[in-house]
Ligand binder design. Structure first.
Ligand code: ADP
Ligand code: TPW
Length: 569
C-alpha cells in the first residue's frame, strides 16, 4: 500500500471545468443557476469567464446557439438538472435542427439514485433524454476525464454538419479533486477541430459540366453558406458566373440584397423556370417546397453543395452532389469555372430583371402609403429606411406576418446580420438570439417581433436591461396571434383563441426594468423612436401599434395550414 500523501495542490471539478472552457477559448456562458451548478457559474465569473444569467433556460440556450452560428465556436449554455435541462433542451434541439454548434452543459443528480429511480432532487436520466435531439451526448463521470469530455463535445459540435451537443456533469464530478498538475496535463489543445472537407475532383467536374450547359441557371444560398464564412469566394462565384441567385432568409446579406444579380424580387418566377439549380448550404426542406410541386414548375436538375453526404437526395434526386465544406467546394468550382463556356440565355436574365423591376416598384409604392393605424408595410418601410443607414446592425425577426413581411421588405447588406425563426419556424428565439448576438458581437441589435412571438421570451427584457445591451425590441402589436379580430362564436366571455388584451403597452415592460419605452402609432414616431434608440445604445422597446385587422392567418404559410389549404382547393 502506498501511504504517501501528495503535497501537490489539488483542483476540484468546478475549476477543472472552468479551465477546460478557458483552454478552448470559451469565455462566455449563457445560463441559469441552481443546484448543482451555482458555484460553477460563480467561480467561472471569478476566473474571468463572462456569465450571462437568464430568466429561463430556453433563452440562454438560444443565445448560445446563435453565438455558435456567428462565431463557428460552440456557444455554451449551462443549466440545472431535470427541469432546467429540459427547458434548455428545446434550444439544443433547435440548434441541431438549424445546424448551429452549441453545447448544453447541465448539472445532474446522483446516478445511483437516478438509475434506481429512487426519487432524487430533480431526478432525470438526462443523457438519454437528450440523445434524440442532440448531434451527440456525453457524460463525464471522473475529473480526470474532463479534458477528454470537452474535447469530444467541442469536436462533435463544430466538425462536419454543426449541431447541438449535450454534456452531462453529475454533481459528484464537480466536487471530485485531483492533483492540479495532472489536471492541467489532462487538458490539451485541439488540433484542427473543424477540418476542411475537400470535394472530390470528379464531383466538381460533374457540377461544372451541368452548370455550363444550363440555359436558365439559378444559385440558392442557404444559412449553411452564411455559416461557412466563405463570403468572398461565394461573391466571386456569383459575379464571375453571372448566374442569378436567391438567398434563403438567413443568407440574406451574404451579398447585399441590392445586388444586381439578386433574384429575390422574382422568386416565384426563378424557382418555377430555372433548369439547373445550384444549392449552396441550403436543404430542400419545406422552406423550399421540398424541391418539387407547383413552386418548382418546369423540370430541373440540382447541384448540391453540402457537408453532410446524407442530405443528398433527401427530397428529390440530386444530379450533381458536391460533398465538402462550402469554402473548399466554392474554391474548387471557381478554379474550374470557364464563364466563356456557359450557355446561360440572355433572355433569362432579361425576363428576371423585368419582373424584378415591376415587383420592386410595386413594393416601393406600397411602402409609401401611410394608412392609419399603421399596417405591416408602413411600419416596416419606416424601419427599412433607418436600417439602410446602419448595415452593421443585426436584425432578429420572428412572428408570422411580421416575419414574412420583414424578410422581404428589410434589405440586408452584410453577411450573418439576419437571425430568425429558421428551419422550424419556431417562435421564442427573439430575446435569446438578440442577447446572444449583442453579447457576441458588441454591435446593436434590432429585434422585429410579432406581439405573440415576443411573448415567448418577453421576460428577458430584464436580462437586456441588467447587462445594458444595445438592443431595440420593436413589437408589431396587432392585439393577437396573426391578428386581433377573431371573435368567440359562442358570444361567451372568453376571447377567441388568437386574441390578446387589446391595446397592451409592451413598452411599459422595458420601463419596469430601467430601459426606455416608446409608443409609436405612426411611421414617423417609429422612425424617431428607432433612431433615438440606436443613437443612445440603451435597451429600448418600441410598441408599434398595427391595425389589428392587418395580419393573415399563418402569414404566408397558407398551404401548410389545414384550414386555409382546404379553402384554397
Ligand atoms: P436554409 O434554411 O437557409 O435553406 P438549411 O439550414 O436548410 O439552410 O441548410 C443548411 C445546410 O448547410 C445543411 O444541410 C448543412 O449540412 C449545411 N452546412 C452547414 N455548414 C456547412 C459548411 N461549412 N459547409 C457545407 N455545408 C454546410
Ligand atoms: C414554439 C405557432 C406560428 S406564428 C405564431 C405562432 C404562435 C405567432 C404569430 O403571431 P405574432 O405575429 O407573433 O403576433 P403576426 O405578425 O402574425 O401578428 N409555438 C412555437 N412555435 C410556433 N411556430 C407556434 C407556436 C405560431
Amino acid at each position: 500500500m502506498n501511504n504517501e500523501i501528495s503535497t501537490a495542490p489539488t483542483i476540484d471539478g468546478f475549476n477543472q471545468v472552468i479551465n477546460a472552457l478557458k483552454q478552448h477559448n470559451l469565455f462566455t456562458i449563457f445560463g441559469l443557476v441552481g443546484i448543482p451548478i451555482t458555484d460553477l457559474a460563480r467561480q467561472a465569473q471569478a476566473k474571468g469567464i463572462r456569465f450571462i444569467g437568464f430568466r429561463h433556460e430556453q433563452h440562454a440556450g438560444n443565445a448560445a446557439a446563435i453565438a455558435g452560428y456567428l462565431t463557428q465556436k460552440p456557444g455554451i449554455c449551462l443549466t440545472v438538472s431535470a427541469p432546467g435541462f429540459l427547458n434548455g433542451l428545446t434550444a439544443l434541439a433547435n440548434a441541431t435542427t438549424n445546424c448551429f454548434p452549441m453545447i448544453l452543459i447541465s448539472g445532474s443528480s446522483e446516478r445511483e439514485i437516478v438509475d434506481l429511480q429512487q426519487g432524487d432532487y430533480e431526478e432525470m436520466d438526462q443523457l438519454n433524454a437528450a440523445k434524440p435531439y442532440a448531434k451527440a451526448s456525453f457524460r463525464i463521470n471522473h475529473i480526470e476525464d474532463i479534458g477528454i469530455g470537452f474535447a469530444r463535445a467541442i469536436r462533435a459540435a463544430v466538425s462536419g454538419r454543426p449541431g447541438g451537443v449535450y454534456l452531462d456533469l453529475p454533481a459528484k464530478l464537480l466536487s471530485q479533486t485531483m492533483d492540479a498538475q495532472a489536471a492541467q496535463a489532462s487538458l490539451f489543445h485541439l488540433v484542427d477541430p473543424v477540418p476542411r472537407q475537400i470535394p472530390a475532383p470528379d464531383a466538381i467536374d460533374r457540377a461544372l459540366a451541368l452548370l455550363q450547359q444550363a440555359k436558365r441557371p439559378l444559385i440558392i444560398l442557404g444559412k449553411g453558406a452564411a455559416y461557412a464564412q466563405a463570403d468572398v469566394a461565394i461573391r466571386e462565384l456569383i459575379e464571375k458566373s453571372h448566374i442569378p441567385y436567391l438567398p434563403m432568409s438567413m443568407a440574406k446579406g451574404l451579398l447585399p440584397d441590392t445586388h444586381a444579380q439578386s433574384a429575390s424580387a422574382a422568386r416565384s418566377y426563378v424557382l418555377a423556370e430555372a433548369d439547373v439549380v445550384l444549392l449552396i448550404g441550403a436543404r430542400l426542406n419545406w422552406l423550399l417546397s421540398h424541391g418539387k410541386g407547383k413552386t418548382w414548375g418546369k423540370p430541373k436538375q440540382f447541384i448540391q453543395i453540402d457537408i453532410s453526404p446524407s442530405e443528398i437526395d433527401s427530397n428529390v434526386a440530386i444530379a450533381a452532389p458536391v460533398i465538402g465544406d462550402v469554402g473548399s467546394c466554392v474554391d474548387a468550382l471557381l478554379r474550374g469555372l470557364k464563364p466563356q463556356n456557359f450557355s446561360q440565355s440572355p433572355e433569362w436574365v432579361q425576363s428576371i430583371n423585368e419582373r424584378k423591376e415591376k415587383n420592386l416598384s410595386k413594393m416601393a409604392q406600397t411602402l409609401t402609403l401611410n394608412p392609419s393605424p399603421m399596417n405591416f408595410h408602413s411600419a416596416l418601410g419606416a424601419i427599412k429606411n433607418v436600417l439602410n443607414k446602419r448595415p452593421d446592425i443585426l436584425v432578429v425577426n420572428e412572428g408570422a406576418n411580421t416575419l414574412d413581411f420583414a424578410r422581404s421588405i428589410i434589405d440586408m447588406h452584410q453577411p450573418r446580420k439576419r437571425l430568425d425563426s429558421g428551419t422550424w419556424g419556431i417562435m421564442g428565439i427573439g430575446m435569446g438570439y438578440a442577447i446572444g448576438a449583442a453579447v457576441t458581437t458588441g454591435l446593436p441589435v434590432v429585434a422585429i417581433e410579432g406581439d405573440s412571438a415576443f411573448g415567448f421570451s418577453g421576460m428577458e427584457v430584464e436580462t437586456i436591461c441588467r447587462y445594458e445591451l444595445p438592443i431595440v425590441v420593436i413589437i408589431f402589436n396587432n392585439n393577437g396571434v396573426y391578428n386581433g379580430t377573431d371573435v368567440n362564436p359562442t358570444g361567451g366571455k372568453d376571447v377567441a383563441p388568437t386574441v390578446f388584451v387589446k391595446g397592451a403597452r409592451y413598452d411599459k415592460m422595458m420601463e419596469a426594468f430601467g430601459g426606455i419605452g416608446c409608443h409609436a402609432t405612426t411611421p414617423q414616431e417609429l422612425t424617431e423612436g428607432l433612431e433615438k434608440a440606436i443613437a443612445s445604445g440603451k435597451p429600448t422597446l418600441i410598441n408599434a401599434v398595427i391595425d389589428e385587422a392587418a395580419g393573415t392567418e399563418s402569414g404566408r404559410l397558407t398551404t401548410l395550414n389545414p384550414k386555409t389549404a382546404a379553402a384554397k382547393k
